[in-house]
Design a protein around this ligand. Structure first.
Ligand code: ATP
Ligand code: MG
Length: 579
């Protein structure tokens, strides 16, 4: 294999959290620290436990945990569990596992918004007493109707000016469970004419007679996201509350609440652009639909952009951190090429993954001049990028398998692999020459008769003759059967759903299952999740679906690097030359 472009610009696997990252968030924090406004930098990663984490969350984690580490502060893991209807223990457990797997550590600082429910409740009473919140009896539809639109101001609810004593009494009775769901809400009293709809008396508590995964039936009123989030930040002493751009319009509310509450600390919110990745969706609602509709095999289906899916597919956490480091943090929305993620995976695995031989679509080769029943062991290099990985023995015998695609009976001029009369090299073994294709009754090629040159063992021909191709192979008698799963993008367009119904954009060929693959014997030692390069095919890893005698491998990524090509085309003067 020619040294590919994936070898350029290597960075060390251990330092993929970029300590030297510079972006507007880090500039703000640096300035706060230098001016003495911030003593210890405290950030938080605040997932809502209503689904599995995806690679968009990895961006948020790398930023929050990364900043905390760089500034010698700390990052909290906080479950934003204010909506009991959609939240489950399964999600809490998977999120904690995924955060840890990505290499982040919250130490003792694990929180749940639900830990703060009592304080939040008392703060809601505080607002009522101060005349800054009121219980509203309007129905959800009426509230929507009164809210106005982007161009029209809202109207005051008839309950807006009810005495605070009355609101306090009703709020306590809401808590006591006297009213059914949605009968009443608590609203902050801000400004129904505000240009910012979030300030038009936002709902801060609602009635929900639902059991909560952690607080059980202790509560039948729950704070809204807006009321829980900033207040949890303040309770925990978060200094910089980093969130995605869709919360920019919520920032005035975030500030208003903290300005009007007896909060012990004063966090500030900053917004950055969320990650959008081509050919996939990064919205928990959409991902939940894919799982529920059976479009994928589960949250950890290797086609999913979830952390669990990427892990099962064989993507190392360092490749995800590297990817996130390269895309950076900015305020402009954009769509990141899927090829960049693949490039980061390849670059890391090229250095770390051991090489093995596996034939995915086998074609038998009979080497007629090789002694029947003989076996020899050839020496194969485990990783040309890492001498310390050593070598292994690979058995060779008279019958081997090669890749079906590596033979053509009537090859076009650019096809240099095996064809009748053509000589090629078998990796680590011999030169072989194809003498004849064997056909079945249907006329299909089922085997090749070849001869080998014993003088070429593990090297070149003594007479200096050259071959133009090197093929991987496995010894038929020694090979183990296996299933291999190849993955492609889940969607056929980079912006799924943009053309109408997202279901129409699902890629029907996102999964290809190959049932009749053959592995070299050393692959029987493979461990689930451990990355391995199948020579000339890509990077693979053992799937947990494997059973004794029936290994299943996932292709993490193919070898061909489309990102390097995209870059080359885009580079000034790089006009698509061949390498
Ligand atoms: P979704 O839009 O998928 O439902 P979410 O924002 O509701 O995501 P949360 O669990 O609330 O999911 O997210 C936890 C944190 O991760 C939040 O701070 C959120 O802003 C951030 N986050 C979510 N999606 C992305 C993304 N695509 N890119 C960067 N950060 C993200
Ligand atoms: Mg959210």
């Amino acid at each position: 294999m020619a040294p590919g472009p994936e070898r350029e610009g290597m960075s060390d696997a251990e330092t993929t959290i970029d300590e030297g990252a510079r972006d507007f968030i880090r500039e703000i924090i640096r300035a706060d620290v230098e001016a003495g406004r911030t003593d210890t930098v405290v950030t938080r990663f605040p997932p809502e436990p209503n689904g599995y984490l995806h690679i968009g969350h990895a961006k948020s984690m790398c930023l929050n945990f990364g900043v905390a580490r760089e500034f010698g502060g700390r990052c909290h893991l906080r479950f934003d569990d204010t909506n009991p209807v959609k939240e489950e223990h399964e999600f809490i457990d998977s999120i904690a596992e995924d955060v840890r797997w990505l290499g982040f550590d919250w130490g003792e600082h694990l929180y749940f918004a639900s830990d703060h429910f009592e304080t939040l409740y008392l703060w809601a009473e505080h607002l009522i007493r101060a005349g800054k919140a009121y219980v509203d009896d309007l129905s959800p539809d009426e509230i929507r109707d009164y809210r106005g639109t982007l161009t029209e101001p809202g109207r005051n609810s008839p309950w807006r000016d009810r005495p605070s004593g009355e609101s306090l009494d009703l709020f306590r009775r809401m808590r006591a469970g006297e009213f059914p769901d949605a009968a009443r809400v608590l609203r902050a009293k801000i400004d129904m004419a505000s240009g910012n709809i979030n300030l038009r008396d936002p709902v801060i508590y609602r009635i929900l007679h639902a059991s909560h995964p952690r607080s059980g039936d202790a509560w039948c009123i729950y704070p809204t996201y807006d009321f829980a989030h900033g207040q949890s930040d303040a309770i925990e002493g978060v200094t910089h509350s980093l969130c995605t751009l869709e919360f920019e319009d919520h920032r005035p509310l975030y500030d208003w609440l903290l300005d009007n509450l007896p909060a012990p600390t004063r966090p500030r919110q900053y917004e950055f652009a969320r990650l959008n990745l081509a050919y996939t969706v990064l919205s928990k609602r959409r991902l939940t639909e894919l799982v529920q509709d059976g479009r994928v095999r589960g949250w950890d289906d290797p086609r999913m952009p979830t952390i669990a899916g990427l892990r099962r597919r064989g993507v190392p956490p360092a490749a995800i951190r590297d990817f996130v480091g390269r895309i950076g943090v900015a305020k402009a929305d954009n769509l990141v090429e899927a090829a960049l993620l693949e490039h980061c995976i390849r670059e890391l695995l090229n250095r770390t993954a051991e090489r093995r031989m596996a034939v995915l679509r086998p074609l038998k080769v009979i080497i007629e001049n090789y002694a029947e029943g003989a076996t020899e062991e050839l020496e194969a290099v485990n990783n040309p990028e890492d001498a310390a990985a050593g070598t292994r023995g690979v058995p060779f015998s008279r019958e081997i398998y090669i890749e079906r695609d590596d033979f053509m009976e009537d090859p076009p001029s650019k096809f240099f692999r095996l064809a009748p009369g053509r000589e090629v090299r078998l990796r680590y073994a011999y030169f072989i020459t194809c003498r004849e294709a064997v056909r079945n009754d249907a006329g299909e090629v089922v085997a090749l008769r070849c001869t080998y040159d014993p003088a070429t063992r593990g090297g070149d021909a003594p007479d200096g003759r050259k071959v133009k191709a090197t093929l991987h192979w496995v010894s038929a008698a020694h090979a183990a059967p296996a299933e291999v799963r190849l993955y492609d993008h889940l969607f056929t367009r980079p912006d799924p759903g943009a053309g109408g119904d997202i279901a129409d954009d699902l890629n029907p060929d996102s999964l290809t299952v190959l049932q009749d693959c053959r592995l070299e014997p050393a692959l029987s030692d493979a461990r689930v999740g451990e990355p391995i390069q199948f020579e000339r095919q890509g990077y693979f890893c053992l799937d947990p679906d494997s059973t004794p005698g029936r290994p299943v491998f996932n292709r993490t990524v193919a070898l061909r690097d489309t990102w390097a090509k995209i870059q080359k085309k885009g580079a000034p003067g790089g006009g698509g030359q061949k390498q």
